[in-house]
Design a protein around this ligand. Structure first.
Ligand code: NA7
Length: 528
């Protein structure tokens, strides 16, 4: 007899909803969470300016119409404090905390084939058993901490955007360095530039960013409240998991004036829908380059110094092959006298010293260094645990040459272990909320099915998994995405196998496949 029917790892948006769904169906579920409260991504990433890049009415739960109606989103794009409050409100409203063990990090998962259960051990020395384990561990939850020689000698303050302190950081009047210009870097830089004395940005690769046009949300929220069902249905069947019209025209076959008009319209609307303007932007390098050049032109308009504008303009990878950023005045920051850019391709960081950073020939002095260097994406949190199948084989070993899953939900040889938004599902290429809810609903339905049919073991058939891995690779190969050294490819982590990890076929297509598998009595899975 197991301690629990189900152990869920993580109390972010995925783990919270999974707990709620299972409890309502009478499963005994327990969540184990490393932080001291709910919220996951929005619990840890508290850096200045942290904000969602999906609109708040879409980056929200859809499972309860009452919750949709009662929660006020104050801005078009919610900032981290509001998202964390929302998570806390949900925990309170559905009384979730009573079944969550906080301040506890899972270390090992061991499958006992005879007992048909998982043994889960944690850093507090406890060991719990469960018939099923669901990893709700997030796609961007394990910080990447690149080695910089001399960092331990630095006498000033050091912060990581992904592990920002809960309080006590005051950057006013200080000389600050930011290393990294992805989404977290851009948001931090934009937020702190007005308050710090000097800001020096160390850039390895510039980002494509589209404007958010953030602002008060009253009208959008009022509109959404009258048609939330319609919005959700659209999002679930869309490519991106949010309301975005994916263009059906080919850019290369469209008159250039019309192309510019369409881009202009999407630029004025703001947000990530920009790169969906034409169907070939992600597939044809000629089309992609036209879109990329449009964005570079906009950067040139915003940044007064042409040389600086050029440095801030991405040229080494196709647009949208790395996650695009959604900015709120990022490029304009470089027109301020107190902000400067160091291109570390020209002036490499040699070392960090007691007083600052030596890059190229220059010794920069700082009071604070902020690292916005990203995450070990998609597989990082799963591989951080020692997960062992019955024959002692570890998931880490199995995935040494890249993740292998069926539908991004399970991996062969590791029965009764589910992943929410695992590798080879749309996850990071979509509105995470849509993808999270789909996976939670799918897993919940599978567990109900097993219970109803007197079954207690489920895992992918090896050939179904092989086919899905091939499908994921084939779909990615139809796009320009694998051409970038991105975290989608694992390229930001030294030694990590380079393989395109998310499923690039779109949320709606993925849902049709997943629904079809479930309806066909979990075709491709072995149930016993
Ligand atoms: P990202 O997007 O992975 O950005 C990390 C940034 O840090 C990126 O500019 C990296 O350059 C840079 N980086 C990483 N390692 C180094 C070293 N060693 N030296 C210099 N610069 C480095 O992470 P974020 O946290 O910004 O965003 C993650 C996601 O969260 C984002 O996509 C949204 O979905 C929300 P690189 O590009 O690798 O050359």
């Amino acid at each position: 007899m197991s301690d629990h029917d189900v152990i869920i790892i993580g109390a972010g948006f995925a783990g919270m909803y999974q707990l709620h769904r299972l409890r309502r169906l009478g499963f005994d579920a327990r969540v184990i969470e490393a932080g001291d409260d709910v919220g996951g991504t929005w619990y840890w990433n508290r850096y200045p300016g942290a904000r969602c890049d999906i609109e708040s009415v879409e980056y929200s739960y859809s499972f309860d119409p009452e919750l949709e109606q009662e929660w006020d989103w104050s801005e078009r794009y919610a900032a981290q404090p509001e998202l964390l409050s929302y998570a806390q409100h949900v925990a309170q409203r559905y009384d979730l905390r009573k079944d969550i063990a906080f301040n506890t990090r899972v270390e090992t998962l061991t499958w006992d084939g005879d007992g048909r259960q998982w043994t889960v051990t944690s850093d507090d020395g406890t060991s719990r058993t469960a018939q099923y384990v669901i990893a709700a561990t997030g796609c961007l939850s394990v910080p990447s901490r690149p080695q910089f020689e001399g960092l331990e000698d630095f006498a000033g303050e050091v912060y990581w955007t992904s592990r920002w302190p809960h309080e006590g950081v005051d950057l006013a009047g200080k000389r600050v360095a930011v290393i990294g210009t992805g989404s977290s870097g851009l948001q931090t830089i934009t937020a702190i530039a007005p308050v710090v004395a000097e800001l020096t940005v160390f850039q390895r690769t510039p980002s494509f960013a589209v404007p958010a046009h953030n602002g008060p949300n009253d009208e959008r929220l009022a509109d959404a409240r009258t048609r939330y069902r319609e919005i959700r249905e659209y999002s679930r069947m869309s490519r991106t998991g949010f309301q975005c019209h994916s263009g059906t025209r080919s850019l290369v076959e469209t008159e250039i004036d019309e192309v510019q008009r369409e881009f202009g319209k999407r630029w004025a609307d703001g947000g990530l829908c920009f790169s969906s303007a034409f169907k070939d932007i992600l597939k044809d390098m000629k089309a992609n380059e036209v879109a990329a050049e449009y964005v570079r032109g906009r950067i040139r308009e915003k940044v007064k110094d042409p040389q600086l504008a050029e440095k801030l303009s991405p040229r080494t990878y196709p647009i949208a092959s790395k996650r695009m950023c959604v900015d709120t005045g990022y490029f304009e920051v470089y027109n301020q006298d107190n902000v400067s850019l160091v291109d570390i391709n020209e002036q490499p960081i040699h070392r960090i010293t007691r007083r600052g950073i030596v890059a190229g020939e220059t010794r920069h002095e700082f009071d604070v260094i902020i690292f916005a260097t990203g995450f070990d994406a998609m597989t990082g949190a799963l591989n951080a645990m020692d997960i062992r199948s019955g024959d002692g084989r570890s998931l880490r070993e199995k995935w040494a040459h890249g993740p292998r899953t069926y539908l991004g939900l399970m991996s062969a040889g590791f029965p009764n272990l589910f992943m929410i938004t695992g590798p080879q599902s749309p996850s990071v290429l979509s509105n995470m909320m849509t993808s999270i809810e789909y996976h939670v609903d799918w897993i919940t339905r599978a567990l109900e099915y097993l219970r109803e049919h007197g079954l207690n073991r489920m895992e992918p058939a090896p050939d179904a998994e092989d086919n899905w891995v091939n499908t994921t690779n084939d779909v990615a190969a139809l796009t320009v995405m694998p051409q970038a050294a991105s975290w989608y490819m694992g390229a930001n982590i030294p030694g990590k196998q380079r393989v395109f990890m998310p499923f690039a076929g779109g949320v709606g297509t993925y849902k049709q496949i997943g629904d079809g598998v479930a309806v066909a009595h979990y075709h491709g899975f072995e149930l016993s």
